[in-house]
Each structure stands twice: as structure tokens, then as C-alpha cells.
Design a protein around this ligand. Structure first.
Ligand code: GH3
Ligand code: MG
Ligand code: MG
Ligand code: MG
Length: 312
């Protein structure tokens, strides 16, 4: 086994990160009671293309967090009557911030102190003074990692599609957007037909492959700007922005036809599966949730009318 070439590996990782991480989008909150340091750190990160929010008094942190929604926090430890470790500990009690990456930045060199700070909720401990270059690179890799984890957490592990709550959020966002711009958008609910039979006949693992099959078909058929989520077990929710009801109908009918054409095989047999789809216009409802409900009712009507097709 060849030993790893560390410098080459580091170089490779650095390149990977700079290519993949849109640093312009990396978001950092810096908490420090020292106004001069705060200014300096924020300049360094801003010059590196990151978005920065400065927090000099810890009491401003909760507001800044919900407003700015950072990828990471750089936190001073000693701040007058406050300590950064206590702040980190408090954040960890809030489910919303339990996964937020907190980097302590302090001149405290005592290892026991540092370990204690990490045990209270910090993820890293950087000892001041830090060089500008190191600070920028450390912030960048941490933002990149935070985004990767965030993406993983929002994706369904079987299909890689958005999870229930996230696709619902997307519907609500798109509802607001298309109303504001007086555009037409469509929301559709899809459900595999007689899927219980597939599981009962061919087993759950084959059933999983069918679910993945529909997910992949949707990814290929729909536009880059369309939103696709796994709403439940064998149910999918899609949002088609800037799409007329006629265009949506045609696109989704093709999805039905192509789904039915896929040949799945299991236990030496080939079998085919169909999907039913209910859809609704988004902008005609007062709330995004109501449009989802309407799509669901249309799906229900489709199921009664004979499955394998689209109903508005
Ligand atoms: P209909 O045409 O009316 O939709 O009938 P159906 O059999 O598809 O509907 P039903 O809701 O009765 O059954 C859905 C089945 O989907 C039951 C459940 O076990 C299965 N299912 C849900 N999630 C998964 C999954 O992740 N993998 C597999 N293999 N099956 C799943
Ligand atoms: Mg301080
Ligand atoms: Mg179902
Ligand atoms: Mg079903």
C-alpha cells in the first residue's frame, strides 16, 4: 500500500473545495467584544468573498442567527460578563441550532480549557493570533462542510430527492413567488399504483428499486428549475414553476407513459408499474398548502377513475 502523499492530497482537497464551494455564498457570523478584531476578521473574510455579520454584543446573537442564517459562527470566548462557551451551550439546547458549526477563537492556550469549551458545544478551537490566510481557509472549509451536511440532511436517503418538509417549504416559497410575479405554476402529487402488490409479489427491496426508478425518471424528465420531493413512502410531490396547466399535463402524461414502459425484473420475471398523478395550479389558491391539498384530491379522483394517468 502506497503511503498517502499528504501535500498532494491537501492540494487536491483545496482545489476541490474552491471549485465546489461558492465562497461568495459562505455565510459567517463573527462574535467578538473587541471591535477592532471584529472589524479585522470580517474584512479578511469579506475580501475572501464570504458574507459576514458582525456581532459585538452576545445579546444580539439570537436575532442575528435567525435573520442572517449563517453556515458557521466564529466565536470569541471571553466577552466581558458573557462567555462564548456558555453561548455555545445555550445554542445547543435549541433544535434549530444544534447542528450549527461553532468555531471558538480565543487566546486561551490551556488545553483543559479548550477541551472544556469543546465539550460545551464548540466544534473547533482556534488559538489567537490566527493568520488571515489560515482564518479564511478554515472558514471556507467549514462552510463547505456545513453545506454538504445540510444537503444530506434535507435529502431522502433512498432517492436523493427533497424530504417531505423541505418540498413543502418549496411549494410555499414558489406560491409566494408566482403570485408576486403573476406567473402560472403547477403543483402535482404522484403515487405509484397498487404498490403494495409490488412489495408483496417481489419483495420490499425490489419495491425500493421501483421508487428509485420513478425518482430518476422525474429527475430526467423535469426541468432543472422544477422541484421534486419524496412526500411519503411511494408518493412524490413536484412543483413546476412558470408552467401552464396544459404544458404540465403534457409533461406529466409523458411521465406516466415512460414509467409504464420501464421493465423491472425480479425473480426471473419482468414486470411493469404505473403511476397516478393529481395536479393543481398554484397561484389560484390563497395558500400553498391548499394547492397541495387540491393536487391530493385530484390524485384521489384519478385513482377512482382508473389510475395510470393525470387528473386536474
Ligand atoms: P394505490 O394504487 O391505491 O395507491 O395502492 P397502493 O398499494 O400503492 O397503496 P397503499 O397506500 O395501500 O400502499 C402503499 C405501499 O407502499 C404500502 C407500503 O408498505 C409501501 N411503501 C411505503 N414506503 C415504502 C418504501 O420506502 N419502500 C417500499 N418497498 N415500500 C414502501
Ligand atoms: Mg474577548
Ligand atoms: Mg400512497
Ligand atoms: Mg400507491
Amino acid at each position: 500500500c502506497e503511503p498517502l502523499d499528504v501535500p498532494v492530497l491537501a492540494d487536491y482537497i483545496e482545489r476541490l473545495i474552491s471549485e465546489r464551494l461558492d465562497v461568495g455564498a459562505g455565510r459567517v457570523i463573527i462574535v467578538d467584544d473587541d471591535a477592532e478584531l471584529l472589524e479585522h476578521y470580517s474584512l479578511v473574510l469579506e475580501e475572501g468573498g464570504m458574507a459576514v455579520r458582525k456581532v459585538q454584543s452576545p445579546s444580539e446573537l439570537p436575532g442575528a442567527l435567525s435573520e442572517f442564517r449563517p453556515d458557521i459562527i466564529l466565536m470569541d470566548v471571553q466577552m466581558g460578563s458573557y462567555s462564548g462557551t456558555t453561548l455555545a451551550r445555550m445554542l445547543r439546547f435549541d433544535p434549530e441550532w444544534v447542528g450549527l458549526h461553532i468555531i471558538f477563537l480565543s487566546s486561551e492556550e490551556d488545553r483543559d480549557f479548550q477541551v472544556d469549551a469543546l465539550s460545551k458545544g464548540g466544534d473547533d478551537f482556534l488559538t489567537k493570533p490566527v493568520s488571515d490566510d489560515f482564518l479564511l481557509r478554515a472558514a471556507r472549509v467549514r462552510c463547505y462542510r456545513a453545506r454538504q451536511l445540510d444537503k444530506l440532511a434535507s435529502r431522502d436517503s433512498l432517492t436523493g430527492l427533497l424530504k417531505h418538509s423541505l418540498v413543502k417549504q418549496e411549494v410555499i416559497k414558489e406560491h409566494a413567488r408566482c403570485r408576486r410575479l403573476s406567473q402560472k405554476s403547477v403543483v402535482a402529487m404522484l403515487d405509484l399504483d397498487h404498490f403494495k402488490r409490488v412489495n408483496d409479489t417481489y419483495g420490499h427491496r425490489t419495491g425500493d428499486l421501483v421508487i428509485k426508478g420513478l425518482a430518476n425518471l422525474l429527475r430526467h424528465r423535469l426541468r432543472k428549475t422544477d422541484v421534486i420531493g419524496r412526500y411519503g413512502g411511494e408518493e412524490f410531490l413536484v412543483v413546476l414553476p412558470d408552467c401552464s396547466i396544459g404544458d404540465a399535463l403534457r409533461t406529466l402524461q409523458t411521465v406516466c407513459e415512460q414509467m409504464n414502459r420501464i421493465g423491472f425484473s425480479s425473480r426471473g420475471e419482468e414486470f411493469h408499474v404505473t403511476v397516478s398523478i393529481g395536479m393543481a395550479t398554484l397561484e389560484t389558491f390563497d395558500r400553498g398548502e391548499d394547492a397541495i391539498e387540491a393536487a391530493d384530491q385530484a390524485l384521489y379522483r384519478r385513482k377512482s377513475a382508473g389510475r395510470n394517468g393525470v387528473t386536474v
